[in-house]
Design a protein around this ligand. Structure first.
Ligand code: PRT
Ligand code: ZN
Length: 224
């Protein structure tokens, strides 16, 4: 069901939510987020913000339920690979890579373990929240492995005896350090990105998207 207002999905709470809200405000979109509301109407533009978990954003775009979404490329690519494997819609357009949300998906091992290269991971069990990204990397390297899916506390899996290694997001490296782990391989580099659903847009919606993109470019350039 399409509405005349432009629907933009953003993470409700978490590492991307504040910066997405700030960026939209810097682009001149006025809105007030109150309480636990799912939908927030802009006060000065025909825009509705949908406040959801980041995991849901790629699917909302790929199913054409919302028009635009802000998402980390790690999450976007994981969902795309999952939907592709399931034969579900997995198309989107990337409008703009953003200058926040930077992190990397890395394989980490016990810090006192020797490491000379990816072949050292052969036959290991690797815990992760990103099974498709991990498999894509390991297949590309031609290394057999087994996995263990965890949606949280991935970094404690080796200590808890659940896995030999992990593949998890890293930004400063402090979490790995605190858990006695070290980074062995970077398998995916990510930033926040703005994506759009495929398909037709009414002329006024299209014009609004272009206006937002032009302003976003201005905001980003002003920071450089
Ligand atoms: O509730 P919801 O599902 O919406 O949120 P979430 O908990 O799934 O996601 P959230 O808010 O933690 O992260 C959203 C997005 O932020 C991620 O998908 C990434 O694109 C991006 N991002 C950037 C990060 C990090 N940096 C990051 N450091 N996401 C997670 N981390 C975690 C990481 O998993 C590990 O636990 O931070 C820890 C490592 O950080 P360092 O600094 O100790 O290395
Ligand atoms: Zn999430």
């Amino acid at each position: 069901m399409q509405t005349q207002r432009l629907r933009i999905a953003i993470q409700k709470k978490g590492r991307l939510s504040k910066e997405c809200q700030l960026l939209l405000k810097q682009c001149g979109v006025k809105f007030t987020i109150m309480g636990e509301r799912l939908v927030v109407h802009s006060q000065n533009m025909p825009i509705d913000l949908l406040l959801v978990r980041d995991d849901d954003i790629p699917g909302l775009i790929m199913d054409g339920v919302v028009d635009l979404g802000f998402i980390g490329e790690n999450e976007l690519e994981e969902v795309r690979l999952d939907r592709k494997a399931l034969g579900e819609p997995n198309e989107f357009l990337q409008l703009r890579r953003l200058d926040f949300g930077g992190c990397r998906l890395s394989i980490a091992i016990n810090k006192d373990q020797q490491y000379t290269g990816p072949q050292d991971l052969a036959g290991k069990r690797i815990a992760t929240t990103y099974p498709h990204l991990l498999k894509a990397y390991m297949d590309e390297q031609g290394i057999p492995f087994s996995t263990c899916m965890l949606t949280g506390s991935v970094e404690v899996a080796p200590r808890a005896g659940l896995a030999d290694a992990i593949a998890d997001l890293v930004s400063t490296g402090a979490t790995l350090e605190a858990n006695g782990l070290k980074e062995a391989e970077v398998i995916f580099r990510s930033k926040a990105t703005l994506i759009q659903r495929t398909g037709e847009f009414a002329a006024d919606k299209q014009a609004l998207i272009e206006k937002l993109l032009t302003r976003m470019q201005g905001v980003q350039q002003a920071k450089e």
